[in-house]
Design a protein around this ligand. Structure first.
Ligand code: COA
Length: 178
């Protein structure tokens, strides 16, 4: 199922676009994830991630139960979201996601379009629960997810070491109503 090409307005009423990623987006997606990883604060990887070829392979295969979205401003990819549905009958109702916006493009409500498009896809896949894990130190992300109806389900202490500090892993989830 395709989410189509959707135009949203950011906090300053400027448009941005959300659509499903295509194979030719691979290099931009990998650059973005690598850059955010190198910031060292928000996601677990610190540079090492899929290669562009691996990402292209995934986008070409377009596996069912997997969604990769991109957000664009002025035709440039400024954000991405990936969601993967459980592969077993027992956990097919859960989609686990991760997302990131490029530095310089945050704080203007541009994550919203990615979340809305994800939910649109999730409903067509009969997903009942969207799950994400967040560093406890990432106050902006926790605030952001709560705004869209995510709740904290569990906290695993001392799961990461970031900048010399022990940081808990916060498990958040949103239940989709029927
Ligand atoms: C987290 C992220 C997806 C949110 O998207 P966004 O478009 O920047 O978020 P928004 O602008 O819609 O909202 C951010 C909110 O956090 C608030 N905020 C900012 N810094 C904060 C902080 N340190 N603590 C608490 N809230 C904070 C803002 O005030 C805003 O809330 P408001 O709309 O109620 O005023 C994006 O900032 C991002 O990609 N960050 C870096 C990567 C990352 O953290 N990914 C998530 C990993 S789980």
């Amino acid at each position: 199922m395709s989410v189509g090409v959707i135009t949203y307005l950011d906090r300053e009423n400027n448009p941005y676009i959300v659509r499903e990623a295509v194979p030719d987006d691979s290099s931009d997606i990998i650059s973005l994830i690598t850059e955010v990883g190198l910031e060292g604060e928000y996601i677990a990887n610190e540079g090492e991630y899929y290669s562009v070829e691996q990402q292209r392979h995934i986008l070409t295969q377009h596996p069912s139960g997997q969604l990769i979205l991109v957000a664009l401003v002025d035709k440039r990819i400024i954000g991405t979201l990936e969601a993967v549905q459980g592969t077993f009958r027992k956990n097919r109702h859960v989609a686990t996601m991760g997302m990131a916006l490029k530095k310089g493009f945050r704080g203007l409500n541009r994550g919203q379009g990615l979340i809305m498009a994800l939910e649109q896809w999730a409903e067509t896949q009969s997903v009942e629960k969207i799950a994400i894990s967040v560093f406890e130190s990432n106050g902006r992300a926790i605030h952001f997810y709560k705004r869209y109806g995510f709740v904290i389900e569990a906290i695993r202490p001392n799961q990461f070491r970031i900048g010399g500090q022990m940081v808990a892993e916060v498990f958040m989830a949103k239940y989709l109503s029927d």
